[in-house]
Design a protein around this ligand. Structure first.
Ligand code: 5GP
Length: 188
């Protein structure tokens, strides 16, 4: 998506440790007009039936909400929990954090994700793939149908894209970064 690539080049900052900061329009301050157009792009890429958008807190929520508005379905976000042993009325998965290190548990209520759902997973970044694989696990535990995953930015030189696509899930990234470094900048 040309508009997103141009915005990344204009406002993105590359940090050591393979982190792209996009706080000016995506991860802190949010350009909701852009989010809406991203939602429209995902709708074009995933024209099939979708009953729910699933994301992970916190930075996926904004883009998931605007996508959900375009699809006309609810947005559901997996909560991050410090408690490892949560049983009962929730589905849980373990996710290794890209930005903070460590492993945390994500969970959704069984009430809001069911076997009747056709789920489009949405997230801001795809790096090592752990966030998307955790979300996919929640969908599978619910017996719901994973329609695909839409990510805003895929760092395509990292292993996540291959790991997630290997499961058979269709992944569509709106901006695919081929290479990135603080010195030479960003290449799509
Ligand atoms: P993964 O689980 O694919 O390794 O990483 C995806 C998650 O890590 C995303 O939910 C995102 O919040 C965070 N992330 C990964 N890489 C970056 C990055 O370069 N910049 C920012 N801001 N977040 C990232």
């Amino acid at each position: 998506m040309k508009e997103l690539e141009e915005r990344i080049l204009k406002d993105g900052k590359v940090y050591a440790g393979d982190v792209l900061k996009v706080d000016g329009f995506l991860n802190h301050q949010m350009d909701v007009g852009l989010f809406r157009r991203m939602g429209e792009e995902w709708r074009r890429l995933f024209p099939q039936e979708v009953t729910k958008i699933l994301t992970i807190e916190a930075s996926g929520i904004g883009i998931a909400c605007l996508a959900a508005q375009v699809f006309g379905v609810p947005a559901l976000f997996a909560k991050k929990s410090r408690t490892k042993n949560i049983a009962g009325s929730v589905y849980t998965a373990q996710v290794e954090s890209y930005t903070h290190g460590g492993v945390y548990t994500i969970l959704v209520s069984k009430e809001y994700l069911t076997r009747d759902d056709k789920v489009l997973i949405i997230d801001d970044f795809l790096a090592n793939g752990n966030a998307l694989l955790g979300l996919l696990s929640l969908v599978e535990q619910a017996g719901a149908e994973p329609v695909g995953a839409g990510v805003a930015i895929e760092k395509a030189y990292q292993p996540g894209g291959a790991r997630v696509r290997q499961t058979g899930l269709r992944v569509e990234a709106l901006a695919k970064i081929k290479a990135m470094s603080p010195d030479s900048g960003i290449t799509f």
